[in-house]
Design a protein around this ligand. Structure first.
Ligand SMILES: NC(=O)c1ccc[n+]([C@@H]2O[C@H](COP(=O)([O-])OP(=O)(O)OC[C@H]3O[C@@H](n4cnc5c(N)ncnc54)[C@H](O)[C@@H]3O)[C@@H](O)[C@H]2O)c1
Length: 326
């Protein structure tokens, strides 16, 4: 199976590619290697993938001509679309990045999936689609009409566009609603990374919402495991059920455990052996108080059970952080 993975220099794309390469998949990886965060990290991930013989091309998904050329030449049968402008806080001051990469870029990818007869499009959505919902845990059956920020709105829009393409062209699409993914080689813009860095360096950390926040942290290996299993399950039309005539699905991928921010800081303190200097600050614009995934749908489909909780996963991240940044 020839698999196109977009956002391959990114955190999740890197881990997924490594895993699939070990299983001898034929992978084409694309990324525009932008400087949203430490380029050294992205380049090092690419260096490792290069040793594993991935075919990598530096392309911006917003460039329709280049994307069409790539699909025309490579003819992937499965597309795992992870490239996007991530981050909630960055979306407040940089809205255009989200329209260009997440809306225009997504459109280019899904158009090519139809034009070049891709068998299955899997794409990263986000827990952010649940936005201002206050009923937890978040279930795929809940409505998702209240995104709290443009990032969430862009991911919700991806799900709507995917549904319409699945309906019009019978393209099987699977949306992956990811919940705070963390682990070695993780993203420097995320709280667990910043907290670890600052605690190690003896600098203050910012606890927004005055520390009264909860996040459902999902270890990277659990995410890779879920995506790998979902690759084998193409949503199908079910002619007997009116509601299921469109081959489009979305799944929560989370740990299903909402961790209190202070508890999570305590684990980093214990692992690093250093006390955090805490700055309590009000909730930031566009932020969400709590994320918490109901993962029954995924469990019923692929028997998904997250293997690592935060007590096991965070030390692995801190170990990696220390060795990478010496
Ligand atoms: N990590 C999480 O906690 C999390 C949670 C929910 C959803 N997601 C989604 O999962 C996907 C992967 O996330 P990640 O954590 O690996 O993020 P990441 O930023 O590490 O990876 C995204 C990659 O996409 C690339 N990219 C961005 N815009 C591009 C463009 N226009 N053209 C080509 N490449 C482009 C970036 O250079 C980056 O390497 C994203 O779609 C993200 O929104 C991640």
């Amino acid at each position: 199976m020839k698999v196109l993975i977009t956002g391959v220099a990114g955190f999740i794309g890197f881990h997924l590619s490594q895993h699939l390469l070990r299983k001898n998949f034929d992978i084409i990886g694309i990324d525009n290697v932008n400087d949203y965060y430490d380029l050294n990290l992205k380049n090092n991930r690419l260096k490792i993938l290069n040793q594993d013989n991935i075919y990598f091309k530096k392309i911006n998904i917003a460039d329709k001509t280049k994307i069409e050329e790539l699909f025309n030449v490579e003819r992937p049968s499965l597309v795992i679309h992870l490239a996007a402008q991530a981050g909630v806080r960055y979306s407040i001051n940089n809205p255009n990045e989200y329209i260009t990469s997440n809306i225009v870029g997504f459109q280019n990818i899904i158009e090519c999936c139809c034009k070049f007869n891709v068998n299955h499009l899997m794409y990263a959505s986000s827990s952010s689609v649940y936005g201002l919902n206050d009923k937890t845990p978040f279930s795929e059956n809940d409505m998702t009409d209240n995104p709290a920020n443009l990032y969430g709105a862009s991911k919700k829009s991806n799900e709507l566009v995917a549904f319409s393409y699945s309906n019009l062209y019978s393209l099987p699409t699977t949306g992956l609603r990811l919940f705070t993914v963390y682990g070695p080689w993780g993203r420097p813009d995320m709280a667990y990374f910043k907290f670890t860095k600052n605690i190690i360096e003896g600098k203050p950390i910012s606890l927004y919402g005055n520390g009264n926040m909860y996040r459902d942290f999902t270890y990277i290996d659990d995410v890779v495991n879920a995506i790998t299993k979902l690759m084998n399950i193409r949503p199908k039309k079910n002619k007997n059920q009116k509601m299921n005539q469109v081959p489009a699905e979305v799944y929560n991928i989370g740990n299903s455990n909402a961790v209190f921010l202070e508890d999570f800081v305590k684990i980093i303190e214990d692992v690093t052996g250093k006390k955090a200097i805490k700055n309590y600050l009000p909730m930031q614009m566009g932020d969400i108080y709590k994320t918490f995934a109901d993962i029954n749908k995924l469990h019923n489909l692929i028997n998904f059970k997250p293997v690592k909780n935060i007590n096991e996963g965070l030390p692995l991240f801190v170990d990696w952080y220390r060795s990478f940044y010496k």
